[in-house]
Design a protein around this ligand. Structure first.
Ligand code: SF4
Ligand code: SF4
Ligand code: FES
Length: 258
């Protein structure tokens, strides 16, 4: 029996059923070697190796930001960054995950600040320490122009920060590497909030719906749903009316909650 076969871990569930001829490659999880199928994402390979996630895993779809991962390939000095749920393993990948990155979030009342450079400077003064190294951009698994939005924040171009940072999943990888210790994702979130509150025209069509909520129109049905048993909820879900594909003027037949 070859060394490779000896190192195959016993996995549970359908993760153990691999296509015929699947090649196993070595990866290193926190320094320990495991042989895993070369077709798996890092996240699945970690599970295949026998670990169970209680942190560092959420949506499994590249949206929640729970699985930021740092790795080097054996013999290559480059440090790489990715999301474990979106990246297929590579041979000799030394990896670890960062389930949480500490970053202080400024406290503010959105009604008492304005969409200006002064607000940004007051709440996140460290933004002025940026040395334009672009490390944040290179670290971002979402390919966001992070340095570009930091520069826009310094100029008070709140709309540009909001636009550039729209896809941020708050994984924290940019902040983990910044020599100026900037807390990019909180800064960007502040700007998106300021943009939505002060710069984007209010959505007129939402006003009647907000009034409905305030008037308690949905209280009764929500209470009923909370008290329903699982079977009733499953039935409601399965039998719900769904909007057909490519429909422009569809409305549900039951309009009592419209
Ligand atoms: S990593 Fe920090 S210092 Fe470097 S460009 Fe980004 S924000 Fe500026
Ligand atoms: S901007 Fe920073 S926190 Fe947001 S996705 Fe990119 S690396 Fe993660
Ligand atoms: S698990 Fe949510 S982004 Fe990877």
């Amino acid at each position: 029996m070859s060394d490779v076969k000896k190192e195959i871990r016993v996995a549970t569930g359908d993760r153990a059923i691999l296509p015929e001829g699947t090649r196993l490659v070595p990866i290193y999880i926190m320094g320990k070697k495991y042989m895993v199928p070369e077709t798996m994402t890092i996240q699945k390979a970690i599970e295949y190796a026998g670990y169970q996630f209680i942190r560092s895993c959420g949506c499994r779809g590249g949206i929640c930001g729970a699985c930021p991962t740092v790795y080097r390939i054996l013999g290559d000095y480059h440090l790489n960054f990715c999301l474990a749920c979106q990246t297929v393993v590579k041979e000799n990948m030394y990896l670890t995950q960062i389930p949480f990155f500490p970053a202080n979030r400024a406290k503010y009342n959105l009604e008492e600040v304005d969409a200006s450079a002064e607000t940004v400077m007051k709440l996140y003064p460290e933004v002025l320490k940026c040395v334009a190294c672009n490390t944040c951009t290179k670290s971002c698994p979402m390919d966001i122009e992070v340095m570009e939005y930091v520069n826009a924040a310094m100029r008070g171009d709140i709309a540009k920060v909001a636009r550039l940072s729209f896809d941020c999943i708050q994984c924290g990888l940019c902040s983990s590497r910044c020599p100026a210790q900037i807390q990019h994702f909180h800064l960007a979130q502040l700007c998106r909030r300021l943009h939505a509150r002060y710069q984007v025209p209010q959505a007129e069509h939402l006003k009647p719906r907000v009034a409905d909520i305030r008037a308690g129109k949905f209280e009764k049905i929500l209470k009923e749903l909370v008290n329903d048993d699982r079977e009733t909820l499953e039935k409601l879900y399965v039998e719900r009316e769904m909007e057909p594909q490519d429909s422009h003027d569809w409305e549900p037949s039951d309009k009592q909650f419209l």
